[in-house]
Design a protein around this ligand. Structure first.
Ligand code: ZN
Length: 363
């Protein structure tokens, strides 16, 4: 099947010509023959942090709810994601992890992102303090046994956190630093130990100061660290996003941190144990703390491009870079690779979506 597109994003650059998909795989690209081609084929988007979507809160979702959320995610171009569970009591996390589907008809579920409970008490954001725990290898092992954990966010300055990084590494689970008071020095120690990314840079962490750059400063100057950003117009200012881009272009991963209200509209929703009100494009708890977002990944790409970031690189931040965090074979179009494709129109709106070559959102 030819997609009928004008160009495709391959290896981080735009290649003119159509794309052919056969047997679920990308067969060819750069096909110059044929008229009337429209749109750009990009790899399907990869989202490392999705708490919920389309009215579904993954903390309490069953298989049917995952399917509903998956359909809504596909509409936004996401073809692979990590359902994300914020800090909660062990029983709740175990129950949520057991429900993570290994195969779904929707976007690929790459495994769970467990954001907590080993976080800094002073940087919980909207996470409930009652669920917070100091690093505890036995608890971590029980969580890993409960479901397919792929990414864990922890505060690396906590006593015993570096041992957790070792344990996660030995299980092949990626480590992200977040909800943290870590100084630059403590952050460097965690990166040296194997943590390779930072969760929602600047949000819920020690602030950057000129003589105390903290984990944000350490991450921005380290070429081997991927920084994640929620680019919804509420979590960081445009100047902050540009600063991050200029320091860390090519290792910036867009995440949505979406919660149940995403793709739903204003109203009241749950984010785990937290009640959240969505109004005017932001999601806030009763204490008026940002509680996830209602951002969609296609909008995040448009937002990054609108800041002046070249399109190919803005798309990379939603595809190849997040895929690198979890080492998944997604986020790129290559001959013989899985045909997870989002076709974008001239306004960068999602026109079509394919997962494994199967058309899931049609023009
Ligand atoms: Zn968070």
């Amino acid at each position: 099947m030819r997609l009928g597109v004008e160009a495709a994003l391959v290896d981080g650059r735009l290649v003119r010509g159509d794309v052919e998909v056969n047997d679920g795989l990308v067969a060819r690209y750069g096909i110059r023959r044929g008229n009337g081609r429209r749109g750009l084929a990009a790899p399907g988007f990869v989202d490392l942090q999705v708490n919920g979507f389309g009215g579904v809160d993954f903390a309490t979702a069953d298989a049917a709810a995952y399917e509903r959320a998956g359909e809504a995610l596909l509409e936004t171009g996401v073809t692979a994601y990590l359902p994300t569970f914020i800090t909660a009591p062990e029983e709740a996390l175990v129950a949520a992890l057991r429900e993570v589907p290994r195969a779904t008809p929707g976007p690929r579920v790459l495994g769970a992102h467990v954001e907590g409970p080993f976080l800094a008490a002073a940087r919980m954001g909207t996470h409930l303090l009652e669920g917070r725990r100091d690093p505890d290898v036995a608890l971590l092992e029980r969580l890993l046994a409960a479901g397919p954990v792929r990414l864990v966010t922890l505060a690396p300055e906590l006593p015993g956190a570096l041992e957790l990084i070792d344990v996660l590494g030995s299980h092949g689970v990626a480590v992200s630093c977040g909800h943290t008071e870590a100084t630059a020095e403590e952050a460097e120690a965690a990166f040296d130990r194997g943590a390779l990314t930072v969760t929602h840079l600047f949000n819920a962490m020690r602030p950057f100061r000129h003589r105390d750059p903290g984990i944000a400063g350490a991450a921005l100057v380290r070429d081997d660290v991927i920084v994640q950003l929620i680019l919804d117009g509420h979590h960081v200012a445009p100047e902050t996003a540009l600063l991050v881009w200029r320091a860390a272009g090519g290792r910036l991963a867009l995440v949505t941190d979406a919660m149940a209200g995403a793709a739903q509209g204003d109203g009241r929703y749950r984010l785990g144990d937290v009640e959240v009100e969505v109004r005017g494009g932001s999601a806030r708890s009763a204490e008026d703390v940002l509680a996830g977002s209602v951002l969609t990944m296609d909008q995040a790409v448009r937002n990054l491009h609108a800041l002046g970031v070249p399109l190919a690189e803005a798309l990379g931040a939603a595809t190849a870079v997040p895929a690198r965090v979890v080492g998944a074979d997604v986020g790129s179009l290559r001959r013989g690779g899985p045909a997870d494709v989002v076709v974008l129109d001239d306004n960068l709106e999602v026109a079509r979506v394919l997962v494994g070559g199967e058309e899931r959102v049609a023009a």
